[in-house]
Design a protein around this ligand. Structure first.
Ligand code: AMP
Length: 282
């Protein structure tokens, strides 16, 4: 496995692999890898002959008061996890190589990027779509692997790829969870022992939504209210949103219809966590 920080060298290595006739897979990450990331690399490795994991804590997707400077950076451990999962190349560019001071271009997706995470984290998805577009141009992958964990993000990337006719297939992989259901996240390491316990209620809330969708006649707004009430009853949790939306458009659902997704964002102490679950209304 190669660890490379140069854009031109990465482009050269990937093009050489493509010349050997194999599919190129790309797994964009911000590092501090866990089993969720590993699962993406493993799927890529099953499907593609040459796989590039990117490790880049992307400054443009963090707000001014967010955790960019203290975001965990664990490159040595990440390299070992990528190697074990079967990545062929890790692309880990410095910020200065990705963003020239003279840069004037951003990639902005419209409606889908303006709701939910977009309204709580202004500018976040501009940073995500811009950096992912840049990775797609540097690596030119056939397939790129994203987690359902960031449900809105994968929809936005799909929209960007469709709108810009980018020749890459977007694959969405299932959420990997801890034993108590907490979705794995690099940010979980910020949680104190007490907060870690409170955070398990996110998954319990999604299970509640799943059960109410399958077994009750409640409408999506009524289920959303129960989700918010459940979360609010946990000391230490501040609800940012707990909603049921159309799983394609992200419009909030008023009536029981599919495809549906329950999405939530909370703060547990000072740590912001998101999670989601596909629902099936009967
Ligand atoms: P990040 O490093 O947080 O930017 O995440 C990189 C990729 O890993 C994104 O596509 C995430 O959706 C995905 N990911 C993060 N956590 C998980 C998880 N628990 N299960 C599956 N995929 C995940």
């Amino acid at each position: 496995m190669i660890v490379e920080s140069s854009l031109t060298e990465t482009r050269r290595i990937v093009r050489a692999a493509r010349g050997r006739g194999v599919l190129i897979g790309c797994i964009p990450t911000m590092g501090a890898l866990h089993q969720g990331h590993v699962s993406l690399i493993e799927v890529a490795q099953w499907e593609c002959g040459f796989n590039v994991a990117t490790i880049f804590v992307n400054p443009t997707q963090f707000g001014p008061h967010e955790d960019f400077t203290r975001y965990p950076r664990t490159l040595d451990a990440d390299v070992e996890m990528c190697r074990a999962a079967g990545a062929d190349l890790i692309f880990t560019p410095p910020v200065s190589a990705m963003y020239a001071e003279s840069a004037q271009t951003i990639v902005r997706v419209g409606g889908l990027a303006e709701v939910l995470e977009g309204s709580h984290r202004p500018g976040h998805f501009d940073g995500v779509s811009t950096v992912v577009a840049k990775f797609f141009h540097i690596i030119e992958p056939d397939r790129a692997y994203f987690g359902q964990k960031d449900f809105q993000q994968q929809l936005i990337i799909r929209q960007m790829v469709a709108d810009l006719d980018l020749p890459v297939e977007i694959m969405t992989c299932p959420i990997i969870r801890e034993a108590d259901g907490l979705a794995m996240s690099s940010r979980n390491r910020y949680l104190s022992v007490a907060e870690r316990q409170q955070a398990s209620q996110l998954f319990q809330t999604l299970l509640l939504a799943e059960k109410l969708a399958a077994e009750s006649t409640l409408t999506p707004p009524e289920i959303s209210r129960q989700m918010a009430d459940h979360l609010s009853s946990v000391a230490g949790i501040e609800v940012q949103y707990a909603v049921i939306a159309d799983a394609v458009t992200l419009k909030l659902l008023q009536h029981r219809s599919n495809p549906a997704v329950a999405l939530l964002a909370v703060k547990v102490g000072s740590t912001r966590l998101i999670d989601n679950q596909i629902l099936r209304f009967r």
